[in-house]
Design a protein around this ligand. Structure first.
Ligand SMILES: Nc1ncnc2c1ncn2[C@@H]1O[C@H](COP(=O)(O)OP(=O)(O)OP(=O)(O)O)[C@@H](O)[C@H]1O
Ligand SMILES: [Mg+2]
Length: 230
């Protein structure tokens, strides 16, 4: 990734209901934008809008010079944008291995080596139905599948939900390793420790508006915590 992923004035919602009221942000190469906010403020709606699963009512989403607003969701990966949703992250009727092989033209599993090393349980459970995994293990499977796409920009919606702390730390390291290679990320998270450890910039939403944005170093944990308690 050599160009920025930039969204600007994003307005989106469902039917007649406007959820996002003009949200902007940018991801430079090698950087992570952490998106925070209480339940129901519009984090997932933003990710759906950025991933092309929800049309923009207005605003723009660009990767370098390319406007993505008219690029359908299924064509976004070819445009360099990967997306891992908050819910329904894996095919429950398929095995763990099938979930990882499904989208690979060559079936090559070598790309997963660093992920199997970090999460050996995924390799051990290759033949098991993904639906039999715990919620946290499914999240790890989805995280692995998405990260190993090596996309220029990866959008992840609450990847650490239900994941054990030691694996959350490994997830952070794997994301930062991709950043070293120039990849960019937008990651929605409730886990403030993960965001503080992983993100370069933060965007905090409330009621569909950005109430705080900037380099993460500019905010203390308590600044952010104070905005997240219900
Ligand atoms: N498919 C939908 N149809 C109509 N309204 C929706 C739909 N999905 C979400 N909403 C509404 O949009 C608003 C924002 O929801 P969204 O899922 O984006 O919040 P969130 O910040 O991701 O919440 P959470 O922290 O619980 O994941 C909420 O009021 C929600 O009820
Ligand atoms: Mg959500």
């Amino acid at each position: 990734m050599t160009e920025a992923f930039v969204f600007d004035g994003v307005v989106a919602g469902y039917g007649d209901t406007t959820v996002l009221r003009g949200i902007g942000g940018a991801v430079r190469p090698g950087c992570v934008l952490g998106v925070l906010g209480r339940n129901g403020v519009g984090k997932t709606t933003l990710m759906r809008a950025l991933a092309g699963f929800l049309p923009l009512m207005s605003g723009s989403v660009r990767f370098g010079p390319r406007e993505l607003a008219k690029v359908p969701a299924h064509a976004r990966l070819a445009a360099g944008i990967a997306y891992s949703p908050q819910e329904d992250t894996v095919f429950t009727e398929l095995s763990v291995g099938e979930n990882l092989r499904l989208h690979l033209a060559d079936g090559g599993m070598a790309r997963y080596a660093p992920y199997f090393e970090a999460f050996p349980r995924l390799a051990e459970r290759g033949a098991q139905r993904a639906g039999s995994l715990s919620g946290g293990e499914r999240k790890l499977l989805a995280f692995t599948r998405t990260l190993a796409l090596d996309a220029a920009v990866t959008l992840m919606d609450e990847p650490t939900e239900g994941v054990q702390p030691e694996n959350i730390e490994r997830m952070s390291r794997l994301v930062r390793a991709r950043c070293e290679a120039g990849a960019g990320f937008v990651i929605v998270e409730q886990n403030l420790s993960f965001v503080l450890r992983t993100a370069d910039e933060v965007l905090l939403l409330d009621h569909g508006e950005a109430v705080l944005a900037g380099p993460i170093g500019g905010f203390s944990r308590s600044d952010l915590e104070g905005r997240l308690v219900v």
